[in-house]
Design a binder for this molecule. Structure first.
Ligand code: F0G
Length: 347
């Protein structure tokens, strides 16, 4: 049968309510793309794969958690859902809430979310509230409102979210016919790294070592201290006080993993490189995992030789057109004339 989404496929291994039909956009089942040219450039000697989560229905991995969280909210009789977001969670919550006929309210840090995420959230009909504060401020506010009212909180502090997101680990294992040696990914609120670890552990195979990457201006886990004013151009991971901080630390420790900070320059270098060498366009934050891999290999913290390495590309490049255009060379302008074209093409 054709793919019907995560709950249809993995639901028997997901600890969520099964009393209502799944709220699904047929998320999941994303490709695991071999990336030999990129491997050559950043981690020679390894087999590198890209788990392209940007191909989920709203363009990010958040859809995995959201099919579970919104289905659970419907089963519990919720009429409305709320979240704080750096953009992708809001787009995903808005889409799945629309599909379930629920009211959706999202809190975003004013001016700090990528245009494609804002556009989609509005298109899906959510009520968007821009706050003069960070994601962390927004998360504190929505946690409080969810305690005082029957509105359902769909941030990754909601356990259903992790139940959905852990399925990505199972897909990677199916696609590789085994587990990788390393799994690299960006870390923001630390829900995803916690979910992958849960998924890998539940399978009973040897789990991979986890390599987490935080943006240098927003690296609380790396530095072991909350960041009150997080900064980075990789706005999706502009988070100073991750909700799943301790769980991420435990996952890193249990997996004999490693977490490191990457500068915006390193993130954007990796962002350009993966698109140019492999034709895979991800949003800047997604490239943090690759930037982390490159840095860890250069520092001798990861030995790529003979290893299978998966880097999770968490969101699609089209989410953030401003970054793409800012990073681009200005197009060459010519008259509509063949000679002029041949001159600029040097043919
Ligand atoms: N990559 C992207 C593209 C993201 O949008 C996020 C988080 C992460 C990585 C980090 O994942 O938070 O589970 O550690 N985005 C959230 C949001 C915070 O609101 O969309 P995490």
């Amino acid at each position: 049968m054709s793919w019907q989404g995560l709950i249809a496929h993995f639901g028997d291994r997901m600890d969520i309510a099964k009393t209502v039909p799944p709220v699904t956009l047929h998320e999941g089942n994303t490709p695991l793309i071999p990336a030999p040219r990129l491997a050559q450039a950043i981690a020679p000697g390894c087999e590198l794969y890209l788990k392209y989560e940007g191909l989920n229905p709203t363009g990010s991995f958040k859809d995995r958690g959201m099919t579970a969280a919104i289905t659970q909210a419907v089963a519990e009789g919720a009429q409305a859902v709320i979240c704080a977001s750096t953009g992708n969670t809001s787009a995903s919550a808005a889409a799945y809430a629309a599909r379930a006929g629920l009211r959706c309210v999202v809190l975003i840090p004013d001016g700090k979310i990528a245009l494609g995420k804002l556009a989609a959230t509005i298109a899906y009909g959510a009520e968007v509230v821009a706050i003069d504060g960070s994601f962390d401020d927004g998360l504190r506010m929505v946690r409080e409102i969810a305690e005082r009212t029957p509105i359902s909180l769909v941030n990754s502090v909601n356990p259903a979210r992790l139940q959905g997101q852990k399925t990505a680990a199972w897909e990677v294992t199916e696609q590789l016919a085994g587990t990788p040696d390393w799994l690299c990914l960006p870390v923001g609120n630390a829900g995803n790294i916690s979910a992958y670890w849960m998924g890998f552990k539940e399978q009973g195979h040897k789990p991979p070592r986890l390599l987490g990457a935080q943006a240098a201006g927003s690296a609380p886990i790396v530095n072991g201290a909350r960041v009150d004013k997080p900064e980075t151009l990789a706005t999706a991971i502009r988070i100073g006080n991750p909700a799943r901080w301790q769980q991420a630390v435990d996952a890193l420790q249990e997996s004999c993993g490693h977490i490191l900070a990457v500068t915006d320059e390193e993130i954007f270098d990796a962002y350009r490189l993966v698109a140019k060498t492999e034709g895979v366009f991800c949003e800047p934050s997604s490239a943090a995992g690759l930037a982390g891999l490159r840095k860890a290999v250069a520092a001798g913290e990861v030995n790529p030789e003979g290893k299978r390495i998966v880097s999770v590309l968490t969101g699609h490049g089209l989410k953030d057109p401003d970054s793409a255009v800012r990073e681009a060379a200005v197009p060459t302008r010519i008259p509509a004339d063949l000679d002029a074209l041949m001159r600029v093409m040097n043919v």
